[in-house]
Write a protein that binds this ligand. Structure first.
Ligand SMILES: [Zn+2]
Length: 341
């Protein structure tokens, strides 16, 4: 693969004919009869936007899911979406969530057909995001297991089934999204990373974990404003992640208060360095992207540095997201040429 291969954290905005723009959990605009076809058209558009912008490792843009956690859970047995409880998500904001009412199980593959479809339309390396076990349990009310750890292990087994089928469908990198890793540090080290390794066990493709400070929604930006001038959350989890079997760590850097030297703690891992701010509609200049990558190069070996976005771009206007994809490519190209690549 090329030096400094670019990718996104995963999600891209959906077309306005498919779902209300700039909204999380936005309901589908198409009727059941044509929704599946609409989602596929959107997958092709997201792929086209990425390829046109020169993104090296493409994704599905999460066009066929309403939300990065709930859509996967909707396909599982044992979760009652009619029975809702209000819980505090990420220890930060209240949300009405479905209830785990019985043993959880995967009834059928969730994203495997979509992955086969996208794979058939591109030769580029393909990355596919799934929610991580800890973030899944943090988005649910549990009335059955009575133990966060036990439920996480159940979800890890289910995720492992899905991930293996995604790899068989030609996915090159399965990424687990674990924003909850930035909040529940003791649980992360006690069982969170072990559960993640269980989800990734025996995979023939590469594996990544995405740990971020969230989408650019108000609850997250208010939380970030309370974190002070240095965000040292990664310091609590990186030592254990470095020892783990996960190949790639995807993290937030650009416009954030994460001290860059924390990346030293995962030296040896591949690092997807967030060089695009998803909480701002201002499109970065290529030089701004390049400067973030240059600073990261002090702590990440060039062959392990993967320029990326801080998080998903689902809530942004489409034109802004396209601009940011192009800026990412151009910024990476500047640093690549400086490295003589
Ligand atoms: Zn994220």
């Amino acid at each position: 693969m090329t030096l400094l291969p670019t990718s996104t954290a995963g999600s891209l905005p959906k077309p306005a004919w498919l779902a209300e723009p700039e909204t999380l959990w936005s309901p589908w605009k198409l009727d059941d009869g044509i929704l599946a076809e609409g989602k596929r058209d959107a997958l092709l558009l997201a792929l086209s936007d990425q390829q046109h912008a020169g993104i090296d490792i493409v994704s599905d843009g999460e066009q066929s899911r309403q939300h990065f956690v709930t859509t996967f859970i909707e396909h599982l047995a044992g979760v009652d979406f009619e029975r809702r409880e209000t819980v505090r998500i990420r220890d930060r904001y209240d949300a009405s969530v479905p209830t785990v009412a019985g043993p959880v199980a995967r009834k059928a593959p969730v994203f495997v057909e979509d992955a086969e479809f996208v794979r058939a339309h591109t030769n580029r390396p393909l990355k596919w995001a799934l929610p991580g076990p800890m973030t899944m349990i943090d988005t649910l009310y549990d009335a059955h297991y009575g133990s966060r750890e036990e439920l996480a292990w159940e979800f890890a087994g289910i995720l492992n089934q899905e991930a293996k089928e995604l790899a068989a469908a030609g996915v090159d990198i399965v990424q687990f999204d674990e924003p909850a890793f930035n909040v529940f540090f003791d649980d992360v080290n006690d069982w969170g990373i072990a559960a993640l390794e269980r989800a990734a066990e025996g995979l023939t493709c590469e594996t990544a974990v995405h740990v971020c400070y969230g989408y650019g929604i108000k609850a997250n930006t208010d939380w970030k404003a309370s974190l002070g001038s240095e965000w040292r959350q990664y310091e609590r989890i990186f030592p254990r992640i470095r020892e783990s079997s996960i190949d790639i760590v995807s993290l937030e850097c650009h416009h954030s208060h994460v001290p860059m030297d924390l990346m030293e703690l995962i030296r040896g891992k591949k690092v997807m360095v967030g060089a695009i701010d998803v909480a701002s509609s201002t499109v970065e200049t290529p030089e701004e992207v390049a400067e973030t990558l240059r600073r990261a190069l002090q702590f990440v070996d060039a062959e392990n540095l993967y320029p990326a976005t801080n998080c998903g771009m689902a809530p942004l206007p489409r034109g802004v997201a396209r601009g940011k994809l192009a800026a990412l490519t151009a910024g990476a190209a500047i640093v690549r040429s400086e490295l003589g690549g």
